[in-house]
Design a protein around this ligand. Structure first.
Ligand code: SF4
Length: 370
């Protein structure tokens, strides 16, 4: 049985593990990336590569050391360097003496035939039929959607939790329940059980959490190690952090179709061309958050990430035009948790004061009728 692995990205490993196991592979599940994963990646990556490249390289080194024979990864399109990363990772790893197969899947719409040729090669490894594969994909997809739903639910509940860490503990319990569920029926049951568990967390609904939108590059948004667990930090500071990207909505909008046209249309007056990655989304989503009355926006930008650098240069104007405060967090291997926490606290203080001032002004207008 061939040993297969992939890069770690948030909690999606649960879906990919099920998919590959049911296809008949032995799956090497990558560990959560940590400081030593990043250190290993930094050691062999080009200095100016973005941090997702370095972390993923570190993960590949770890899984290859654990015996992975095939690495499955995704490619990319447009000006972002991600399109070359599979190739570059493979070259670096081969130069280090590792023997393995690298299978890079570019979005199907960029080359349907190439996509199916690669898929057929993978299916041949375990002689699985197309029909069986479709059924496996359906169940893995449902699992991924369920994980996204539970993550969102946890984010919405955390700022109200009475006892600190209750939501995180329950969410981790839910992940274990979801991991065990494999059939559609089991996944339906897991969904009901986990919703119940999360909703049963004692909450203080008299609180009025701030609402902050999170925009930025997909890998740093999805991987808690990369974003220094920002959603948990914000939740515990009493903030609902709405993330604009989840894996399944990204797959629907960017992999299986040609991107979110609405967001691009909204961003158009400020950024009228595709700059790769999620640069245009960061601008469009900030405008959307402002229009929907959010208190602020945080942009997560990996250091040297061109799409997010472009967005960052435009966001101050968006912030002024729409009256929404924007905090940009640039993330690299030097970024520390304490520093980020301090900046988040200062940003939240500012947003609280701003909300109080706006409310006082509104009350005054009501009182004096102007
Ligand atoms: S979007 Fe930015 S961080 Fe992500 S791969 Fe491209 S350049 Fe790197």
């Amino acid at each position: 049985m061939k040993k297969v692995s992939f890069a770690h990205m948030g909690y999606s490993y649960l879906g990919f593990k099920q998919l590959l196991e049911e296809m008949g592979f032995e799956v090497i599940v990558p560990d959560n990336p940590n400081a030593s994963t990043l250190d290993r990646g930094v050691q062999y990556a080009p200095e100016f590569a973005c941090i997702p490249f370095k972390t993923v390289l570190g993960t590949y080194l770890e899984i290859l050391d654990r015996g992975a024979e095939i690495i499955i990864t995704s490619g990319g399109v447009g000006p972002c360097r991600a399109g070359l990363y599979g190739l570059l990772h493979e070259k670096i790893l081969r130069n280090l003496g590792y023997e393995f197969d690298m299978c890079v899947f570019d979005p199907p719409l960029t080359g349907l035939w190439t996509f199916f040729r690669k898929l057929r090669k993978i299916l041949k490894e375990t002689n699985i039929s197309w029909l069986a594969f479709i059924d496996i994909v359906r169940r893995a997809w449902k699992k991924l959607k369920l994980i996204d739903e539970l993550e969102q639910l946890a984010i919405n509940i955390r700022p109200y939790e009475v006892k600190k860490n209750d939501t995180t503990r329950t969410f981790n319990q839910c992940l274990k329940i979801v991991e065990k569920a494999r059939s559609l029926y089991q996944l339906d049951n897991a969904q009901m059980e986990c919703r119940q568990l999360l909703n049963d967390i004692p909450q203080d609904r008299s609180r009025r959490p701030l609402r902050i939108g999170i925009v930025g590059e997909i890998y740093v948004m999805l991987e808690p190690f990369m974003n220094l667990d920002i959603e948990k930090k914000l939740g515990e500071m009493g903030v609902i952090a709405y993330r604009s990207i989840y894996l399944t909505n990204y797959a629907n909008s960017d992999i299986l179709s040609h991107g979110t046209m609405d967001i691009r249309r909204i961003a158009h007056p400020y950024l009228n061309q595709f700059v790769g990655g999620h640069g245009q989304n960061s601008v469009g989503e900030t405008i959307l958050y402002a229009k929907n009355g959010f208190d602020g926006v945080i942009q997560l930008a990996p250091f040297t990430c061109i799409p997010e650098i472009v967005a960052k240069s435009i966001l101050p104007k968006v912030s002024r035009d729409f009256g929404i405060p924007v905090l940009c967090l640039t993330i690299d291997e030097q970024t520390g948790s304490a520093g980020v926490e301090t900046r988040l606290e200062a940003f939240i203080d500012l947003l609280c004061q701003r909300r109080e001032q706006m409310e006082a002004k509104n009350n005054e207008s009501l009182l004096f009728g102007y």
